[in-house]
Each structure stands twice: as structure tokens, then as C-alpha cells.
Design a protein around this ligand. Structure first.
Ligand code: CAA
Length: 440
């Protein structure tokens, strides 16, 4: 059976950054530790005046196509995942294809284009669509271009404001992939939820605390579902576990949940029994509340164990490096967590080929998807070819006043005049409504 998976990844960060402990915290009268230690964030990324979800997505895709030596004939579909779309009719992929057609010989008239929406999980869903399309034999030898692109902004004063971010991840889904091979081993947790909504409004209405509970509840369901169709996951099965990362502090909670789930009925639970007891089992309790209380107490103890802390440091912490520096990218977020882990492995000479990742995606509204993937032979070369570090370092550091202007101008609010803080450097730029983004 032909392997199908991610053959290449390119990342485009918004070209501005806001330093949370040094710039945001003093302006908000908050202790910097709330952001760095509590939420786990250092800086957020923002788009410059000439950037939006189209330009960031097109720039990431162009970089990917150039590096892989592709032209439009090699691509059979372009799927964009976003929760920041500005057009209720045309998918963002048509705008991105329009950009790319300005610079390549040939066009994408033959390519199927779509837009996936299910909050942050849509990026992974687009990969699943591409996988199914190739596995069904409908790709005629072509690859799929999946682009997750978002400007994740919240109203000023909303607790979510500290977790903002903007950027795009372009991924090539192909036969015989170089980065990771996808599998049919998947599990879902899905329910109709209203903790995070954007009904025809620019910024989301969020019940932040509830959104965290919903994330964990759906993730727990997805893990259980995964185990019902794949195998009983054990912490040692996976080299890394990239989670959807709205902010690293959320992954601290998700990682603990995942670890507790995976050690159940294993030698790890046996070894911990003398120190913290066995995990509470639902069937031993008369009501859900007492069970939940017992679970919380067990998790508090588990968190302090050396076993959990060293697993977290080795398996989860490396997935958070990029996220700490860019904030939430919504649909791209779990994919930067995977990229972050691969970068960490490459920098530390880890031999990853053939090892498994457990990828835990999540979208508000709400759905979690857990799937396993196997790292492919060419992973190191691919991840080293993406020039992310330069991009991160080149970002313009906003003052708080400048940040407020950028925020006001978000979503093409043309009433707010905004200077460019950086200069385009041979890239697609937004040139105004009703006009195509151009290359400058
Ligand atoms: N030093 C160290 N830690 C500190 C601190 C200090 N000085 N001050 C506070 N903290 C800690 C707190 O104890 C807390 O940690 P715990 O959760 O482990 O207790 C953490 O910092 C955050 O502090 P608060 O809970 O007081 O923060 P908040 O209420 O102002 O905001 C939030 C948190 C509600 C999650 C907010 O960021 C938010 O609304 N975010 C948007 C929604 C979101 O991202 N939800 C996540 C799940 S939904 C999802 O994943 C989809 C998506 O992408 C949006």
C-alpha cells in the first residue's frame, strides 16, 4: 500500500510581534509571570499592514512550491483551513491560487479548491480530506496543498487577548511523503458546544474557562475513541505528542490528562500505586461529581511525580517552542506544534525515522481528533529546510500604542490608517479590497 502523508511544511509568521512580559503586561497592569509562567507565552505574532490570511497563506505556499520545485500541474487540490475568512462565498483558496498564478507558468484551473471550517481542527480535517482523496486514487499522481492560515485576535480587554497570534502553515500532502506518513488510526470526540463563537462578528465571544473544560472533555473522548479502533496507547509509544496549542498552559493540562489516560492499567500505574494510589475508576463511585473530585486529587498527585515530569519534559515540552514565540494560530497551531517537535529533534540529533507521533487536534464548537502518524525518512532534511528561525527573529517589535493601531486595523478596517512597520521583500502583499494581492 502506498504511503500517504505530509511531504513538506513551510511556515509564514505575521511580521510583527508583541512582547507579552515587557510590553503587554505593564500596559495591562498585570504581573509578567501570568503570561510567561501561567499561559506559557513570550511573544505574539501580528500581521503588518500589508499582510492578511491570503498573503500569509500564499507566501507560505510559494515558499513550499519553490523549495520542492513544483509547478501548478503538480497540485490537484488546494484546501484552506481558516476561521478568519472574510468572504462567505468564495473560498480563501481561490484568492491564494490567484496569487500563485501571478508567479508560476500555468494555472490551477484543474485543481479542486475548498475551504474547511471547524475552528482550529479544520487544518487537520483538510489533511484528512487530502489523504482520503489520494487513497481513493482520485489524485492522478498529483499532490494536495493544504494551507492553515489565521489571524487569531480577540476584543481588547478580553482574557483571550494575551493568546493572540497570526500566521500560516502550508503543507504538501503526497504519496511517499518525506515528513510523516498518516495512518487510518484515528479517534474523535465531538459535541455541539457554545463556549467559543464568531457568528458574523470580527472577534469571538468566548467563555474562556469553559472553553478549557470543553477542550479537555473532547480530548478525553477522542483518546477513548482512538483506543477503541487503534490500540491502548502507552506513554512510551510516541516520540512526541503535539497538541493543539491555544497557549502552552492549556497543553500543560491536556498533557496531564493524556498521560493519566495512557498509564491506566500499565506498569507505570503499578509503580506509582505505592506513592499516589491507583487511578479512581468511574464504576467505583455513586455519582459523577465524587468521581471527578477523586480524579482531580489523583491528577494533582500525578503532576508531582518524577515519571510524569520527565515524560512531559521529553515528549511535550519540545512541541511548545514555536507556540511560545508566536501565540495561537488557530488552524495552524497543532501543525506548528508538530514542526516544533521535529525542529527540536533535528537540533538534538534524535533519530526519529520510523517513530510514532500522536497528534491531538482540537477545534472549538467542538471537536477533538487524535491520530497516530509515523515519521518518514526525509523528515530531518525537510524540517531543516524551513527557515522559520530567521522569520521569527526578523519580526518588528511593537510598542503598546503601535499594537493598538494594528489591532484596530485588523480585518481590513480601512478607517484606521496604519503605517507599515516592515518592508515587503519579494512577497505577496494586500493592496486593497476588490484588488488582487500582488507581489512586491
Ligand atoms: N505567575 C504565574 N502564574 C500565574 C500568575 C503569575 N503572576 N498569574 C496567573 N497565573 C496563572 C494562573 O494560575 C493560571 O494558571 P492555571 O490555569 O494553571 O491555574 C494561568 O496563569 C492563567 O491565568 P488566569 O486563569 O487568571 O487567566 P485568564 O482568566 O485571564 O485567561 C483564559 C485564561 C480564560 C484561557 C484566556 O486566555 C482565554 O479566554 N483564552 C481564549 C480561549 C482559549 O484559548 N481557550 C482554550 C481552549 S479552547 C481552544 O483551544 C480553541 C482555541 O484555539 C481558541
Amino acid at each position: 500500500m502506498t504511503a500517504v502523508g505530509i511531504d513538506a511544511i513551510e511556515i509564514w509568521t505575521g511580521k510583527l510581534q508583541l512582547n507579552l512580559p515587557e510590553t503587554f503586561a505593564p500596559a495591562k497592569g498585570e504581573d509578567p509571570g501570568k503570561y510567561t509562567k501561567g499561559l506559557g507565552l513570550e511573544t505574539s505574532s501580528f500581521p503588518d499592514a500589508y499582510e492578511d490570511i491570503v498573503t500569509m497563506g500564499a507566501n507560505a505556499a510559494k515558499r513550499l512550491m519553490d523549495r520542492k520545485g513544483l509547478d501548478p500541474q503538480d497540485i490537484g487540490r488546494i484546501d484552506v483551513a481558516t476561521e478568519s475568512a472574510f468572504d462567505n462565498s468564495k473560498p480563501v483558496s481561490t484568492y491564494i491560487a490567484g496569487c500563485l498564478e501571478q508567479v508560476y507558468d500555468g494555472d490551477f484551473h484543474h485543481a479542486n479548491k475548498g475551504e474547511r471550517k471547524f475552528a482550529c481542527v479544520a487544518g487537520t480535517q483538510s489533511i484528512d480530506d487530502a489523504y482520503n482523496w489520494i487513497k481513493a486514487g482520485r489524485n492522478r499522481g498529483r499532490s494536495a496543498l493544504v494551507i492553515a492560515t489565521d489571524t487569531a485576535l480577540y476584543a481588547r480587554g478580553d482574557p483571550g487577548e494575551a493568546t493572540q497570534g497570526a500566521g500560516a502553515v502550508a503543507m504538501l500532502i503526497s504519496e511517499n511523503p518525506s515528513v510523516v506518513e498518516l495512518s487510518t488510526e484515528q479517534g474523535y470526540g465531538s459535541a455541539d458546544e457554545t463556549d467559543f463563537l464568531k457568528p458574523n462578528q470580527q472577534f469571538p465571544s468566548v467563555d474562556g474557562k469553559r472553553s478549557m473544560q470543553v477542550y479537555l472533555a473532547r480530548m478525553r473522548e477522542a483518546l477513548t475513541d482512538f483506543e477503541s479502533v487503534a490500540w491502548d496507547a502507552h506513554p512510551d509509544d510516541f516520540a512526541y505528542v503535539p497538541f493543539h496549542t491555544p497557549f502552552p498552559g492549556m497543553v500543560r493540562k491536556a498533557g496531564l490528562l493524556g498521560y493519566r489516560h495512557m498509564i491506566r492499567d500499565t506498569e507505570i500505574e503499578d509503580a506509582l500505586e505505592g506513592r499516589i494510589g491507583r487511578q479512581p475508576r468511574e464504576e467505583d463511585f455513586d455519582d459523577w461529581e465524587s468521581y471527578e473530585e477523586a480524579i482531580r486529587a489523583y491528577m494533582d498527585d500525578l503532576k508531582e511525580t518524577e515519571e510524569y515530569q520527565s515524560w512531559y519534559a521529553d515528549i511535550i515540552e519540545p512541541t511548545l517552542d514555536i507556540s511560545r514565540r508566536v501565540g495561537n494560530w488557530y488552524t495552524g497551531s497543532v501543525h506548528i506544534a508538530r514542526a516544533s517537535a521535529l525542529r527540536h529533534a533535528a537540533a538534538n540529533d534524535v533519530d526519529l525515522a520510523g517513530q510514532k507521533l500522536l497528534v491531538a487536534s482540537y477545534g472549538s464548537g467542538a471537536q477533538a481528533e487524535i491520530h497516530a502518524e509515523t515519521v518518514a525518512d526525509g523528515w530531518k532534511e525537510e524540517i531543516e529546510a524551513a527557515d522559520l528561525e530567521d522569520q521569527l527573529q526578523r519580526r518588528y517589535d511593537l510598542s503598546y500604542d503601535e499594537y493598538e493601531q494594528v489591532h484596530d486595523r485588523h480585518n481590513h478596517d480601512m478607517d484606521v490608517e496604519l503605517e507599515e512597520f516592515t518592508h515587503p521583500d519579494g512577497e505577496f502583499v494586500f493592496t486593497g479590497w476588490g484588488r488582487m494581492s500582488e507581489r512586491k
